[in-house]
Design a protein. Structure first.
Length: 351
């Protein structure tokens, strides 16, 4: 087995809280992704197997492709069942916070979670956790909350309670947060965890097909259209931009998730170091950026699009027309080139 990374004191305190609790809820971030949903459902499978009454609450709808995960139909969507979700949180005697670092990330349930009397255990891999929890288990060096939850479950002595369903949920989170083992996956222990999960029956091929290789015809057409007709490449400035207006999205019957990953596509062009995708929402322009190497898209998003994020993955918003948002991006190309690219070794890192 792998070496435990969670400190003994946290494990002891968490074990005490879990032993005492009968009614447990898990909560996660808005727009729950495979890691948030995978961790929530894995916790349900593991803790229900030791007789706990546990419910997983999500602030809003998860992407359709996550419905394949075992137990997904029992998720409590707080946007649809606000009173029920609030009642569960208020009456819980333990709240497990999964895959977020500040309470406001839980959206519509934030106030209820904040006010709840039950002790909280945080299990999360985001930087700078700021949550008033009884036990804070934070390991930003890990790729996924699901891999941290695996250490946690082993640490509290429940490795044997990880059944096929729990294993599949944990593996789904790891695959999601590493882009199916494409990034954040150089820790050898990750493969030991993966091996254990596959040994327990997780079907990686099925997960790959459901999570990464299932698209509607409209989604495929929208992405092809975006790349064929809407991708601007700025080779001298090592950048690319894709914009999609509301009309264009409507034409292809856009549903949430259809443009997932589109922003990454231009980064496959040799010489392109950063990429921006802008999508017109009803009230603003949603901006997302990705980069390779040390180009800081988080600074770009923070300085010009009221957002932030990680060095290589960030986002923001623009209040104005799509044309103006795009023009702002184009107007910054030279400045970015001077500031971050021209006199640095970024080019060598990436090309
Ligand atoms: Mn995550």
């Amino acid at each position: 087995m792998i070496n435990q990374i969670i400190d003994k004191k946290s494990i002891a305190r968490a074990t005490g809280l879990i032993n005492k609790a009968n009614r447990i809820v898990t909560v996660c971030h808005t727009g729950p992704d495979g890691d948030a949903i995978g961790a929530s459902l894995a916790a349900v499978h593991v803790f229900s197997s030791i007789g706990k009454d546990i419910k997983a609450i999500i602030p809003d709808k998860a992407l359709d492709n996550l419905k394949c995960l075992p137990g997904a139909k029992d998720l409590v969507n707080a946007s649809e069942h606000a009173d029920f979700a609030a009642k569960l949180i208020k009456e819980a005697d333990l709240i497990i916070c999964l895959d977020f670092n500040t309470i406001d990330r839980t959206g519509c349930i934030a106030d209820v979670v904040q006010a709840a009397k039950a002790p909280k255990i945080l299990v999360d891999h985001h930087l700078n956790p700021n949550i008033d929890a009884t036990v804070v288990i934070s390991h930003p060096e890990l790729c996924a909350t699901c891999s941290l939850l695996f250490y946690f479950v082993c640490g509290i002595g429940l490795f044997n309670e990880i059944d096929r369903n729990a294993a599949e949920c944990l593996l789904a989170g790891i695959m999601t947060d590493t882009g199916n083992f494409s990034y954040n996956c150089s820790d050898p222990d990750l493969y030991i965890i993966t091996a254990e999960l596959v040994r327990k029956g997780a079907d990686k091929e099925k997960l790959y097909n459901k999570l990464f290789n299932t698209f509607s015809a409209n989604c495929l057409r929208l992405n092809s259209y975006a790349i064929l007709n809407k991708m601007e490449v700025f080779p001298d400035d090592h950048a690319a931009l894709i914009t999609l207006s509301r009309d264009e999205l409507n034409k292809f019957k856009y549903v949430k998730g259809d443009t997932e990953g589109l922003v990454n596509r231009p980064l496959s062009i040799p010489g392109i170091i950063y990429s921006c995708f802008m999508r017109q929402e009803s009230d603003c322009i949603r901006v997302s950026m990705r980069s390779r190497g040390s180009f800081p898209v988080n600074e770009l998003c923070a300085d010009h699009y009221g957002g932030g994020g990680h060095l290589n993955a960030a986002g923001g918003e623009f209040y104005g027309s799509l044309d103006d948002a795009a023009e702002l991006f184009r107007s910054l190309l030279k400045e970015n080139n001077n500031q971050y690219i021209a006199n640095s070794n970024i080019k060598n890192e990436n090309i």
